[in-house]
Design a protein around this ligand. Structure first.
Ligand SMILES: [Zn+2]
Length: 82
């Protein structure tokens, strides 16, 4: 009886690796290709394609949320004049 159960478990593990593991690897590979950018307001790292972009002169800034973007634009227009 115990041997049969062990064989079934073993078969399940083999099936898992044959059908589940290769499918699971694909999204993980995609994540590796993502470029992370830094939010200058809160310091958070976000994937470039999900970040909000703001172009100021030659620089492009990335933000995690519209509120961070607003804060940055406000700070720029207020005090920082070269
Ligand atoms: Zn932020």
């Amino acid at each position: 009886m115990i041997l049969r159960i062990l064989l079934i478990i073993l078969a399940a593990i083999i099936l898992y690796y044959l059908f589940w593991a290769p499918g699971k690897k694909k999204p993980a590979h995609r994540k590796k290709g993502k470029i992370l950018v830094k939010d200058p307001v809160c310091g958070l790292y976000i994937p470039e394609d999900e970040a909000l972009k703001y172009e100021a002169g030659k620089h492009t800034y990335y933000f995690c949320s519209p509120s961070c973007q607003e804060t940055f634009i406000k700070n720029q227009s207020k005090g920082k004049k070269p």
